[in-house]
Design a binder for this molecule. Structure first.
Ligand code: PLP
Length: 354
């Protein structure tokens, strides 16, 4: 890989770190002092720069504001037990970003800008990486179409930005989900596998309906027959059925989660049987009838795991048994956190040391 030895830095004169209460972090509330910016025009990327975090100046005609060419990543940097800092699975996030960008016809940011940009940004704002185990520095690389033009077209100009911010470890108490069969998140041939803004906007309305009915999230079904489970809200979904860890296979309507992939690998390491295969709503009903389903949870970067206590299927609530630390989801989560903090060996080479 070609390396960018040094990205020009314009340092802030007024660090805001004193304003942060690291004992009371809230997800999405604080941004660190600096951000990386890199522009694309005339068929090429300009030199990236690290500058103080600040508002953007954009024309109201910037194409991203109208036609949805916007793509993002969500990843984390952790402070390890020995004080070093690592970025989790940087390559896998880059590869996914490229797939998202290609699907949205956007310019592909070079790997070295992504990797070196993250490393130098995290190094510069390393004071912002929380010390409390489980807390992290959230990293948000994203790209928007910036060409000034109000006709529908593929943009010829883009801006790539990375900002970061400290976040707490999200403990989510068990949630209630509703199997959604009227609305869909993604269709075959659509953009479900891409981390693009429109997928979120389109999911709000059905999610709000589920909330009004007393549920926390929807359990999405496939867009063709509404028969197979796809994802849980904006997380991948996993079940323990007959002591096996079961999750729907990646497809063009399911996002290829880094957490999902990591938990499957860890399950393998722990000798837990795993199956990536379609999970039908009918199978879940049958598993509840037989009592063979013992766990259900969402998997994603923000919370690692989000345990599910109730699944509503066609108007009937089905309840999971109470969770304890012995459950597979918590064993997987603990192992993942131990690898990130360097307490257990990083046998899969997931930690990218800053
Ligand atoms: C980001 C995301 C996930 C989780 O992916 P991670 O890489 O594990 O954070 C799952 N589903 C959707 C729709 C997502 O946008």
């Amino acid at each position: 890989m070609e390396t960018l030895t040094s990205i020009p830095v314009k340092k802030t004169l007024h660090s805001r770190i004193q304003e942060v209460d690291f004992d009371q972090l809230e997800f999405g509330k604080y941004v660190s002092d600096h951000m990386l910016v890199c522009d694309y025009a005339n068929g090429q990327w300009t030199e990236p720069q690290i500058v103080p975090f600040a508002n953007l100046s954009l024309s109201p005609t910037a194409l991203a504001l109208h036609y949805g060419q916007t793509v993002f990543e969500g990843m984390k940097a952790f402070r390890m037990a020995d004080g070093r800092i690592n970025i989790f699975r940087i390559d896998r996030h880059y590869d996914r970003l490229v797939r998202s960008l290609e699907r949205m016809c956007m310019a592909v940011i070079p790997r070295e800008v992504f990797v070196e940009g993250l490393l130098q940004l995290v190094e510069l704002d390393k004071q912002w990486v929380p010390r409390k185990p489980g807390d992290a520095l959230y990293l948000r690389p994203f790209m928007i179409a910036t060409e000034e033009r109000f006709g529908v077209k593929i943009s010829d100009q883009y801006r790539f930005i990375i900002f970061t911010g400290p976040v707490p470890s999200l403990y989510t108490s068990p949630i209630k989900v509703k199997v959604e069969t009227n609305y869909i998140r993604a269709a075959r041939g659509g953009t479900g596998f891409a981390k693009c803004g429109g997928n979120y906007g389109g999911a709000y309305y059905p999610t709000l309906q589920a909330r009004n009915a007393g549920y926390d999230q929807v359990l999405w079904t496939d867009g063709r027959e509404n028969k197979y489970i796809e994802e849980s809200g904006m997380m991948n979904v996993m079940f323990v059925i007959g002591n096996k860890l079961v999750t729907p296979p990646i497809s063009d309507s399911i996002l290829d989660g880094v957490t999902r992939d990591s938990l499957l690998a860890i399950a393998g390491d722990l000798g837990i049987a795993t199956e990536e295969r379609p999970v039908s709503v009918a199978e879940l009903e049958e598993a509840f009838r037989q009592g063979s389903i013992t766990e259900a949870f969402g998997a994603g970067t923000a919370a690692v795991v989000a345990p599910i206590k109730t699944i509503n299927i066609q108007g009937t609530d089905h309840h999971l048994p109470e969770y304890s630390q012995e459950n597979i989801l918590y064993r997987l989560k603990e192992r993942l956190e131990n690898i990130r903090s360097g307490i257990e060996p990083d046998i899969h080479a997931w930690n990218f040391i800053v």
